[in-house]
Design a protein around this ligand. Structure first.
Ligand SMILES: NC(=O)c1ccc[n+]([C@@H]2O[C@H](COP(=O)([O-])OP(=O)(O)OC[C@H]3O[C@@H](n4cnc5c(N)ncnc54)[C@H](O)[C@@H]3O)[C@@H](O)[C@H]2O)c1
Length: 246
């Protein structure tokens, strides 16, 4: 049954795409639990949503740590109700030459980018099964589809997220839970601007000759999280200005 009022968790929601996704889901009527390592940023996201008339809480949570996830899910249930939407957005994306990717760097990145979505799904899915309705949207990357220099570890993790999406989608398809992923192209966020990527140069190389806006990604996520998308699962909805066509 479709929940009367949906509760959405968005990880990595202190800024960038996570903030835009949290804001859009709230605009569409969900109560939002915004999570991030950055407490100040995520509280600001929740405040922005409340200022716009929505309902939201901001929680400091490392989305790669099972104990912190369990505590944040419990607080979300207490404050807002059972979880019906989960957006796995938090990720690390350092640009490094392959020679400079150490085993520790590889492990740390996989813990956040791959184990994080696994643990968050583990924690949120029981509520979705109980409601017979759920939406999971994983944020992957066009880097996994088309490759990206200095990003072998990152592309591997995001390719893993795409495979994880499909496996999970099959397993829960007959229980009212859809699992999809959105691979963004180059979206002008603080994260990207802090990286060595020449954002304008890259934008110029995409067919649309511009980088994406966080709202472009948020709109795709909100659609996949909506009732309208109830026959779509295991899908990769690329939002990339034509950088990669699948
Ligand atoms: N911006 C782009 O061009 C682009 C392109 C492809 C994919 N993506 C993907 O989109 C998502 C968001 O990208 P962005 O550009 O907004 O990133 P960003 O770096 O601006 O923001 C990421 C947020 O995640 C948080 N975070 C990191 N590790 C965390 C953890 N362990 N627990 C909780 N929070 C954590 C950070 O504090 C930060 O607020 C990521 O999954 C990224 O890989 C972005």
């Amino acid at each position: 049954m479709i929940p009367e009022r949906k509760v959405a968790i968005v990880t990595g929601a202190a800024r960038g795409l996570g903030r835009a996704i949290a804001f859009k889901l709230a605009q569409d009527g969900a109560m939002v639990s915004a999570w991030d390592l950055n407490r100040e940023g995520v509280e600001e996201t929740a405040q922005l949503i409340r200022d716009a008339g929505g309902e939201a809480i901001g929680l400091q949570c490392n989305s790669s740590k099972a104990d912190q996830i369990a505590a944040a899910v419990a607080e979300t249930r207490r404050a807002l109700g059972p979880v019906s939407i989960l957006v796995n957005n938090a990720a690390l994306s350092p640009f490094l030459r392959f020679e400079d990717i150490t085993e520790d760097i590889w492990d740390d990145l996989m813990a956040v980018n791959m184990k994080g979505p696994f643990l968050c799904c583990k924690a949120a899915i029981p509520d979705m099964v109980a409601q017979g309705w759920g939406r999971i949207v994983n944020i992957s990357s066009s880097s996994a589809q088309a490759g990206s220099p200095l990003h072998a570890h990152y592309a591997a993790s995001k390719g893993g997220v795409i495979g994880f999406t499909k496996g999970l989608a099959l397993e829960y398809a007959d229980r009212g839970i859809t699992v999809n992923n959105v691979p963004p192209g180059f979206v002008n966020t603080e994260g990207l601007r802090e990286s060595p990527v020449d954002v304008d140069g890259f934008a110029d190389k995409t067919p649309m000759k511009r980088s994406g806006r966080p709202e472009n990604i948020a709109a795709a996520v909100a659609f996949l999280a909506s009732d309208d998308a109830d026959y779509i699962t295991g899908h990769t909805l690329s939002v990339n200005g034509g950088r990669y066509m699948n």
